[in-house]
Design a protein around this ligand. Sequence first.
Ligand code: SF4
Length: 351
Amino acid sequence: MAGLYVHFPFCAAKCIYCDFYSRVRKDWKPYVEALLREIRERSEERKGVHPTTLYFGGGTPSLLPANQLARVAEEVTTGHLFEEFTLEVNPDDVTADKAAAWREMGANRISMGVQSFNDNHLRWMRRRHTAAGAVAAFGRLRAAGFANLSLDLIFGFTGLTDEDWLHSIAQALALQPEHISCYQMMGRWADPDEDRCRQQYTLLQERLEAAGIRQYEVSNYARPGFESRHNSAYWTRAPYLGFGAGAHSFDGDRRRSWNQPDIDAYVASRPGGSETLTDREILEEKLMLSLRTVQGLSLASLSPAERATLKQTTLEELSRAGKLIVEEGRIRIPAAELFVSDAVIRRLFPD
Ligand code: SF4
């Protein structure tokens, strides 16, 4: 299942933890023109890929005037039926008018960056909304008819206690979203206490499971049937096309290309780059992506040469240590070890 991604690299302010490519500026008109041009110029590629999911991400796409977003949506969706059309939003952009316009342009899934339900933490992160603002925004999205809503949360940052964390989880669950994505703080603001981070991860797994929101990937949880199709396709190495500054495209095999990761360079149509993956990089990618999911990796999806590089002794060792389950032609990481999935997966990389 192939996907189509459109990047909107604008933010009203930069959050302290964020290293996505985005800029605090408002000259989105020339950017939208450049996007429309790129989408038209690459229409043949789309025909070859048949994308079934569409994702408007950022940055903060919700910051753009609804009519500008709608122009891009129209260009992309005309003549195409997307099963899932996700729009990333920030709570402070969600007015009743914008929510209605987003429905009108065809979005059927919203991913809202809430991050925390503690106002002190939100201020510290330099988020623009409050906890009450996020709750109100969620209500407006429901009122506009969105039946597939996802919330983003962050854990594992300095100063976050288990009590704070349980409060944020409870507030998120009270809204009854269909989906929750939850990321561990990385870099400068990460809590160095590994045990506390792990405890917060486990608390999240337990509370969401009890509420019927099941984990399907290291950072993603959904009510059955509401797993993100777009992101799930990334983990199977399905092809995708990316439009906009810094957006990547992938042919589903070994070629990846990207646009200039800079608004001005992109608007000026400066060419981006590309790479061809080696056999080793492909295998590492397959392991890294599939083993992040609760379904894990089907050994049948590997070529005989790739299977031969998986060291039986390492598989047995990890299995004996309870870090890997090998059964029915699949290998997967048990829920209790997903917190350290990266370390487990790297053990399987070829020498
Ligand atoms: S709004 Fe989103 S993309 Fe923009 S700086 Fe904050 S986290 Fe990053």
